[in-house]
Design a binder for this molecule. Structure first.
Ligand SMILES: Cc1cc2nc3c(=O)[nH]c(=O)nc-3n(C[C@H](O)[C@H](O)[C@H](O)COP(=O)(O)O)c2cc1C
Length: 151
């Protein structure tokens, strides 16, 4: 099974979280990590599970490194062979736009036909937990759901 982590970030938290999740993977997975700035939606392939880890900035916007990718999704490329899960980093200090960047990206991926595995995970920077303490159980749950979502 190929797992490809894709981070969208401004200050590096999302990238570090991808590294934590990768370190938790057991044997049997081929794994890679990329910035969303370095990939285009039409480069996503079948037979890989994409794990998006994306923060939120501005007025609920996707972070800088995810903006081109998100913009390209507005053309609604056909992503029907693609499977993904998504985890959002945010801060409830910004209650009205909490983790909105990951929600926007999730909705764009679904509108392009991609299949989502599990629920969107979120981390609140004001919540007292470390991102990995929330994301690791979420990620393990996603991996458990994989067989039942196989195409
Ligand atoms: C200037 C600024 C604006 C932010 N805007 C939002 C926001 O609108 N909604 C939200 O949930 N979090 C917001 N955040 C919180 C970040 O998403 C959060 O700190 C996240 O962990 C950053 O991850 P990153 O280092 O991967 O970019 C903002 C943070 C900063 C510094």
């Amino acid at each position: 099974m190929n797992i490809h982590f894709l981070h969208g970030t401004e200050t590096g938290n999302s990238e570090m979280l991808c590294e934590d999740l990768e370190a938790d993977l057991g044997a049997g997975f081929e794994c890679s990590i990329s910035s969303l700035a370095d990939i285009k939606p039409d480069e996503l392939v079948k037979d890989t599970l994409y794990i998006f880890v994306v923060s939120t900035y501005g007025s609920g916007d996707v972070p800088a490194t995810a903006q081109a990718f998100s913009g390209a999704l507005e053309t609604r490329p056909d992503l029907s062979p693609v499977r993904f899960a998504i985890f959002g980093l945010g801060d409830m200090v910004f209650a009205e736009t909490f983790a909105q960047g990951s929600k926007t990206l999730m909705e764009q991926l679904i509108a392009s036909g991609a299949a989502m595995v599990g629920e969107r995970g979120v981390h609140d920077a004001s919540g007292g937990d470390m991102p990995e303490d929330v994301a690791l159980p979420w990620f393990r749950d996603i991996l458990e759901k994989l067989p039942e979502t196989a195409t």
